[in-house]
Ligand binder design. Structure first.
Ligand code: ATP
Length: 248
């Protein structure tokens, strides 16, 4: 079967502060229904790529100066982030960004604010989120600021799901989490991908875990894609093994 391409990034260049060239022609394509990993070390340009897609660079004095970003056949790089959310693309930022003073459930409900399909549908989706994240159901009345790092990451992903996205851009979900929790988060990402058909583009420094859950991957170095392919091929690639998967 032919897979539909959801998102296409064509040869984009990103410059910060008018002078610092950070992305030097990045191209990638995200198929509908898949999990795509954006890999690379600290400072390679993963976050910048995600922010370019969701149009969040302006507040950082960054801009896309070349290339195009196309979502379902439509050029989206001039849309504001809220318009992109309406089209079904939502970003979960690095460092989680829950509202600390709201409860877990209130945080989840903020994810539904752009929806116009009624209370019953939103409540159904809250139940759906709790089914994927039983831990969030247990903690639903807790103030988010007092929950653990793992729970806050879950809360951020859950909140994104409440907007009924087609695609989630997930920045460094493993950051600061113990290995067992990282595994749990990725299990849930896989379950959501399979169960709801949500496509993921996730940035990860943890190549090992990302390539076990993703279907395909792109490796960034210094603002360029240096390698890409099916996750299974990347896992077996000698260079990837040597430089990204450690010696194990
Ligand atoms: P990390 O895992 O640290 O997030 P990354 O691969 O996501 O790494 P980016 O955050 O995209 O990398 O950063 C890429 C490069 O751009 C780095 O050299 C960084 O210093 C630079 N950079 C990021 N944000 C800005 C900014 N607002 N102004 C200037 N340079 C920036």
């Amino acid at each position: 079967g032919r897979t539909e391409t959801l998102l296409e990034v064509n040869n984009i260049e990103v410059i910060y502060n008018h002078v610092i060239l950070v992305l030097k022609g990045v191209s990638l394509s995200v198929p509908k229904g898949g999990i795509t990993a954006l890999l690379g070390g600290n400072g390679a340009g993963k976050t910048t790529t995600l922010k370019a897609i969701s149009n969040l660079l302006h507040s950082e004095r960054g801009e896309v100066t070349k290339g195009s970003i196309v979502y379902k056949g439509e050029r989206v790089q001039d849309l504001d982030p809220a318009a992109l959310v309406k089209k079904g693309v939502i970003q979960v930022m690095e460092g989680r960004h829950c509202f600390e003073h709201l409860t877990v459930e209130e945080n989840l409900m903020t994810g539904a604010f752009t929806r116009r399909d009624g209370k019953a549908a939103v409540e159904r989706d809250l139940e759906m989120v709790y089914e994927y994240f039983p831990r969030l159901r247990e903690r639903r009345k807790s103030q988010a600021g007092y929950t653990s790092g793992g729970e806050q990451q879950m809360c951020a992903i859950g909140r994104a799901l409440m907007s009924r996205p087609e695609m989630i851009l997930l920045d460094e979900p493993s950051m600061g989490l113990a290995p067992q929790l990282v595994e749990q988060i990725f299990e849930i990402v896989r379950a959501v991908n399979e169960g709801e058909g949500v496509s993921f583009l996730l940035a990860e420094q943890n190549t090992n875990v990302a390539l076990r859950y993703a279907h395909q991957g792109y490796i960034l170095e210094n603002g360029r894609v240096v390698m890409d392919g099916p996750a299974a091929d990347l896992r077996e690639n000698p260079d990837v093994k040597e430089f990204y998967l450690g010696m194990s």
